[in-house]
Ligand binder design. Structure first.
Ligand SMILES: [Zn+2]
Length: 310
């Protein structure tokens, strides 16, 4: 199965400083892991820059303009919230990160790839319509979903999110749209505080799986198997987009869900099975969090391996 890998060196130029967990080495380590000989078959593509029109699929024009107007001088940073900032290289990095997600949708819809992985940073799932937060400025997964409808006329698009944090931004952007589906497993309570099971969207099109700290593999798998996967199956997506964060790993310093690397292979396989039944196996995956570099590299590599059906 041909799988495309979209990335761009500009994503490394988003400089968060020496002590920030969302650091360029995260992406370096993921790309290094994908240099293993098993990944030779990947179709390696340079991510294009997202257009303003693509950003505006999920964000109001005034917000897009305000973010793109921030151009710090070399060595300067501009904070958008306590842990979300822009450096001189951020502008280019953000555009390539979103461009990768959009191009990944085009790759699977054009049919030259069966699945596509956007290896990018910064992540996007906390970015709401008009608010940067939680390391995120624009929401790549939500933009990819809306692009699938805008350009490819897909009516039902699902975004599933196994990052350990609730994708409040993705939910915020998609929850009022009955043709869009969002499912998330996440530690609860935890940052950003949203994602209670009672948050269900306008048409039961949002499924939240709050997991207690310390939950572990079994609770994670039971929640997906028992609740979210049947709902995803019933939704019958025409395209499946994954917000692939790897910070629920037991080694991750930012949360305490204690997954094993193998759990990421399991969830990838389960999602592919749904995609095979409903959308010809078409899957787009976008890198979100993951802050222990070894665990991130191993988990992302396993995820991509399974996308390649290895
Ligand atoms: Zn996260």
């Amino acid at each position: 199965m041909p799988v495309a890998l979209f990335t761009h060196p500009a994503c490394l130029g988003h400089d968060t400083g020496p002590y920030h967990p969302e650091c360029p080495d995260r992406l370096r380590r993921v790309l290094q892991a994908l240099e293993h000989p098993d990944f030779v078959p990947l179709l390696r593509e340079q991510a294009p820059e997202a257009t303003t029109a693509q950003l505006q699929l999920a964000h109001p024009p005034a917000y897009v303009e305000a973010i793109l107007d921030i151009n710090p001088a070399e060595g300067d940073v501009v904070y958008l919230d306590g842990d979300t900032l822009m450096s001189q290289g951020s502008h280019a990095g953000i555009l390539r990160a979103i461009g990768a997600a959009v191009a990944a949708v085009d790759a699977v819809m054009e049919g030259w790839a069966n699945a596509a992985f956007a290896a990018v940073r910064p992540p996007g799932h906390h970015a709401e319509r008009a608010a940067a937060m939680g390391f995120c400025l624009f929401n790549g997964a939500a933009i990819a979903a809306l692009h699938a409808r805008d350009r490819w006329k897909k009516q039902r698009v699902a975004v599933v999110d196994f990052d350990v944090h609730h994708g409040n931004g993705t939910q915020h952007i998609l929850e009022r749209d009955a043709d869009m589906f969002y499912a998330s497993s996440h530690q609860f309570p935890c940052y950003p505080g949203t994602g209670a099971a009672s948050e269900r969207g306008v048409a039961d099109n949002v499924v939240n799986l709050p997991l207690r700290p310390g939950s572990g593999s079994e609770a994670f798998r039971q929640a997906w198997e028992g609740i979210a996967l049947p709902r995803l199956e019933a939704f019958a997506p025409e395209l499946l987009i994954i917000s692939a964060g790897f910070d629920a790993h037991r080694a991750d310093p930012l949360a305490d869900i204690r997954l094993e690397t193998e759990d990421y292979g399991w969830i990838t396989d389960r999602l592919l099975a749904v995609a095979d039944r409903h959308c010809g196996g078409r899957v787009v995956s976008v890198l979100e969090g993951g802050y222990d570099l070894d665990a991130l590299a191993a988990s992302a590599a396993l995820h991509v391996r399974r996308l390649m059906r290895q």
